[in-house]
Write a protein that binds this ligand. Structure first.
Ligand SMILES: [Zn+2]
Ligand SMILES: [Zn+2]
Length: 213
């Protein structure tokens, strides 16, 4: 983008010229946010006020050019993410420290893991892993797994979409395809899940049940 264009856009559209990068915490000017301005163009026709204004108000996951160029963050692909108009895609992925809900330890949810989690596995954006790697491994053990399944099912009203998917996966491992299909229908009723994700799971159930017959 040529510099004079940024300046003319600033005059026309933007009231502010100081933005705190949520990743490095530095105050940046619009000329240091060329990536954000690109997304601003791309999302112009959407319902957002403007990407730049949402970023200024702290509603987005984004980062300044310097953070992107120095690879402190990974650029997100909005079109690969499951955000379905209910929230905003992640424009960048950063390393983040989370607390494990089971053992209360701190664990890192790295930018590379996030890219995989949101763009390959297509977990809905703004959902986060609840457990550290070691607790997740324990959850996969059979005895713990059946306890976990009972917990999730008895508490189905309070589960989020990743937990309903967890139920489906456990039933698939048990080879109980009827139950897996039933929980797919439960998942389908949740507003936050897009059609693409449903088709993906449907196909997974279908392929696994074919293998078993
Ligand atoms: Zn930054
Ligand atoms: Zn843990």
């Amino acid at each position: 983008m040529r510099p004079f264009r940024v300046i003319s856009m600033m005059k026309e559209e933007y009231l502010y010229d100081s933005y705190r990068c949520p990743n490095c915490n530095q105050i940046r000017k619009l000329t240091e946010l060329t990536y954000l301005l690109k997304w601003n163009e791309q999302f112009k026709s959407s319902y957002m006020i403007s990407v730049v204004e949402e970023a200024r108000q702290g509603h987005l996951k984004w980062a300044c050019d310097d953070c992107i160029k120095s690879k402190r963050v990974v650029v997100g692909k909005a079109e690969e993410q499951n955000w379905n108009g209910i929230t905003y895609p992640f424009f960048t992925h950063n390393d983040e420290i989370l607390e494990c809900q089971t053992c209360k330890c701190s664990f890192e949810f790295s930018k590379e893991e996030k890219k995989f989690w949101y763009e390959d596995l297509k977990f809905i954006v703004w959902s986060y892993p609840k457990n550290c790697a070691s607790c997740r491994r324990k959850i996969r053990e059979p005895k713990v797994k059946s306890k976990r399944l009972t917990e999730l099912i008895t508490n189905i009203e309070n589960t989020d979409t990743t937990e309903v998917e967890e139920i489906i996966d456990i039933f698939l491992e048990y080879g109980n395809f009827e139950k897996a299909k039933y929980y797919l229908s439960v998942l389908r009723k949740r507003n936050a899940v897009d059609q693409e994700r449903i088709s993906f799971i449907k196909e997974k159930i279908h392929n696994l049940s074919q293998q078993n017959t």
